[in-house]
Design a protein around this ligand. Structure first.
Ligand code: MCN
Length: 792
């Protein structure tokens, strides 16, 4: 096997299509479809007394109106809790259309189907709903106070309380030479893909087949949900994911109400129906994340070594829990990062509030956990008067301690065991990259000019490549071209390129001859989805295993045809050759011909299959125990997650007058095991850091007490522009391969965003000299803090 492409900086093949505007997104498809508009609740909490759709029915161009009363069978049941958990004692999910109560502004109440969106929108505004408005519960504090309840039957607004511990943290803290407590908050934010949600469906009344195109992170998940809810067999449904303009977690939730309602309407009406989410809908009716408050107690020795750590936190889960407890469970376990905590106890409450539902957003609970742990490390260093990197170093898990078992249970229900990493080596690299040891001289130099600068850093460990399985199907065409189908969908991660690199290496074919298709249930029926930075580990491994199967089969068939032993053959540049005998060779295309009992006459020169016959006396048949076709399918199922890791550092400048925060330098050291394509990984890190800058300095969801989202547009919700993202993000890689999968890969897709809030809090604190305990932080908030600090 030649491994010339694994690890190469191959340019992304999909970009030509995407940057030239030739991508095909859901809204580009079936332009003649009927369009829907959704009536959404204007109240955060209300009982629905009456809905009158009469005024809408006569509007020209309106084709149908649906409310809860039109839902039948399983559609009339609440949506599923996707990942149930034993501690989720009070799981509540919404109905596809609200039944008799609404629990957040934006909850779907009715859907109008019309000849176009304009008519549908006008019609929606004419539906009359009588509400009995109820008190709204907004934010963690109101949920905890529980003066009002989101769901009448959920005491204290607590959906779940979960606890995990190792050793006796409380006793260890009490006995420790030094103790600190911290209260730390991260506010709500959300993923903002350029393309919102969207679904278009077509029902063929004759063949009784449903086709659904949807902007999702899991086409197989949508298919399963549609089948279950609409009473269809899986075989009657194709779910196809075209290009997706970003997901960042929000499109992993399935099914969205609209993903069920649109196919339902298409079936009822016998016409294609389409939903395209607008930006305001994305703000108020998709999903948010991040909002958590934490109380930390920590005990440590004179070197800053952790002896006991106790974390209590409260997770704002919004009005419903469609995704189980994934986000807070990740915070509670991934918080430990690269450190040995001594004794550890964590308890969290998942709380209902009358706000948009919460599901994983890139990083999924890790940014909060890293922020808590790294703020704690900084606080210990400040208390002891030690360098912040020194305090981290004494707590690191050492390279010879892997596999490292924390004695906790991870989000996948398996033990939290780190497989690989080298944290001391990463820290050394990071210090060099950011210029940690030279910073004090730099600070003095700028201070002399009246400027204020600070340096900060943060470490993280990230569980990636979670199971249970992913598969791949590889076919070699008679032309020698290789078609690869994986079940995962892509939202911009470069899968078409990275997986083609693996196949080209494993099969010995030119990269240009490999085509990768993602997220089409017609091509790959079984898959889980693109989330938790799992595609490289899961599909990458499945692709490698499938390619190895195809390679073995090609060698078996060619060995017979060339009258050679399999061991004497090699495959290079798409040709199977007898080693050392250049004339004894045949193309993989010819092998594909031989693998098919319907024999094509194949012209090597033009690489074209011309005629065929059933059997060909001149060519040997495939072995009796082989299946026809030069193709192979395999699935990869890991023993447990693999853990990537990294460290970020930043130098920031804060304006002494205006408190404006400028990023002067940003550095990343990243370990995702074997790199398939460093260019793609660096692109992922850049994108993640940009999102992290947004999360740390600009983006937040601002609700008023009645539950109205006050900044539900890009006029008011601040996304960082290119001018706010550091010009150059310096990246260095460390490759400690994972022993858990065939190529040693660990995931990379969320790494960029995870430690950013912790890094900026650390750097701003260093510049200002007083604690930063709540993120994001704006210049005006920093200014206020300064005033308060000056007043003592
Ligand atoms: N890769 C690599 N070598 C590695 C690890 C990864 O070359 N050792 C490459 C992979 O081949 C893949 C990319 O890096 O092309 C990301 O791989 P991976 O870490 O497996 O992440 P996924 O492909 O599973 O993507 C999911 C992840 C998540 S969870 C979110 S959220 C996210 C993200 O990726 N959303 C994204 N990156 C995104 N990027 C874009 N453009 N849009 C989104 O919505």
């Amino acid at each position: 096997m030649t491994t010339k492409l694994l690890g190469e900086r191959v340019r992304r093949v999909e970009d030509e299509r995407l940057v030239r505007g030739k991508g095909q997104y859901v809204d580009d498809l079936l332009p003649d479809a009927l369009e829907v508009a959704v009536l959404r609740s204007p109240h955060a909490h209300a009982r629905i007394v009456d809905i009158d759709v009469e005024p809408v029915l006569d509007i020209e161009g309106v084709v149908a109106v649906y409310t809860y009363d039109d839902l039948t069978g399983a559609m009339a049941d609440p949506l599923p809790v996707l990942i149930p958990h034993p501690t989720l004692t009070h799981g509540r999910t919404q109905y596809a259309l609200a039944k008799d109560e609404v629990n957040y502004v934006g909850e779907a109440i009715a859907m109008v189907v019309a000849e176009n969106r304009y008519i549908a929108e006008d019609a929606v505004s004419r539906i009359r709903v009588e509400y009995e408005v109820l008190p709204a519960v907004i934010g963690v504090d109101a949920a905890r106070a529980a003066e009002n309840l989101v769901h009448d039957d959920v005491p204290g607004n607590v959906a779940a309380r979960m606890e995990q511990s190792v050793g006796d943290a409380e006793a260890a803290i009490a006995a420790a030479p030094h103790r600190l407590t911290l209260d730390l908050e991260i506010e709500r934010s959300a993923s903002m893909p350029m393309e919102g949600r969207g679904t278009v469906a077509r029902w063929d009344t004759d063949s009784r087949r449903l086709q659904v195109w949807t902007s999702t992170q899991t086409s197989t998940g949508v298919r399963a949900a549609v089948a279950a809810k609409l009473g269809l067999d899986l075989a009657q449904i194709d779910v196809i994911t075209p290009d997706v303009g970003g997901g960042f977690g929000v499109k992993i939730l399935h099914p969205w109400p609209e993903e069920l309602l649109v196919p339902m309407a298409a079936m009822k009406l016998g016409r294609p129906v389409k939903f395209t989410e607008d930006r305001r809908e994305h703000f108020i009716s998709s999903a948010h994340e991040r909002g958590q408050k934490h109380h930390v107690e920590v005990g440590f020795d004179d070197d800053g070594r952790l002896l006991g750590l106790s974390v209590r936190f409260w997770h704002d889960h919004g009005a419903y829990i469609p995704y189980g407890l994934i986000v807070p469970i990740i915070t509670s376990t991934q918080l430990l990062g690269p450190y040995k905590p001594g004794n550890y106890k964590v308890v969290f409450d998942s709380l209902y509030t009358n706000t948009v539902v919460v599901t994983p957003y890139r990083g999924a609970g890790r940014p909060q956990g890293v922020y808590v742990m790294e703020r704690t490390m900084d606080a210990i260093a400040a208390y002891l008067g030690k360098d912040r990197t020194e305090v981290r170093s004494v707590n690191f898990i050492q390279p010879d301690e892997f596999p490292y078992d924390h004695g906790l249970i991870f989000q996948d229900g398996k033990p939290l065991v780190y497989d690989s990493g080298n944290f001391p080596a990463s820290l050394e690299k990071l210090k060099k990259l950011i210029g940690w040891d030279e910073f004090e001289a730099f600070r003095d130099e700028l201070r002399a000019q009246g400027r204020r600068v600070g340096i900060g850093m943060a470490c993280y460990v990230e569980g990636t490549g979670v199971g249970p399985y992913e598969g791949a199907h590889i076919t070699v065409e008679t032309s020698g071209k290789v078609k690869v189908a994986i079940g995962l969908t892509s939202q911009g991660q470069g899968h078409e390129t990275a997986f083609a690199q693996i196949v080209a290496d494993e099969l010995g074919v030119p990269f240009e001859d490999v085509e990768v298709v993602t997220g089409d249930t017609r091509r790959m029926q079984y898959a889980v989805g693109t989330f938790a930075s799992r595609a490289a580990v899961m599909s990458g491994s499945a692709v490698a295993l499938s390619a190895r199967k195809v390679r073995q089969k090609a060698l078996r068939i060619a060995a017979e045809a060339l009258e050679a032993s399999v061991d004497d053959l090699e495959i290079r540049d798409g040709m199977v050759r007898v080693k050392g005998a250049p004339n004894q060779q045949m193309s993989l295309g010819t092998v594909a011909v031989l693998s098919n009992p319907l024999r094509y006459a194949f012209d090597e020169a033009s690489q074209a299959a011309t005629q065929f016959s059933i059997g060909d006396p001149d060519k040997p048949p495939i072995a009796e125990d082989d299946e026809p076709g030069l193709e192979g399918r395999d699935f990869y199922s890991p023993e447990r997650s693999t853990f990537a890791n990294g460290m970020h550092a930043a130098i920031v400048e804060t304006d002494p007058e205006t408190a404006e925060i400028r990023i002067l330098k940003y550095a990343v050291v990243h370990d995702c095991g074997t790199l398939i394509n460093p260019l793609i990984v660096e692109g992922q890190i850049h994108g993640g850091v940009a999102q992290g800058v947004g999360g740390a300095l600009y983006e937040r969801m601002v609700y008023d007490d009645s539950g109205q989202l006050l900044n539900a547009s890009f006029m008011d919700f601040l996304l960082p522009y290119v001018s706010e993202v550091p010009d150059s993000i310096e990246i260095d890689h460390l490759e400690t391969p994972s022993p858990l999968n065939p190529l040693g890969i660990k995931g990379a897709g969320e790494a960029g965003v995870i430690p950013c809030s912790a890094v900026f809090a650390s750097a701003i604190e260093d510049a200002e000299g007083f604690p930063i305990t709540s993120m994001p932080i704006s210049p005006s908030e920093l200014y206020e803090l300064r005033l308060r600090h000056e007043k003592g």
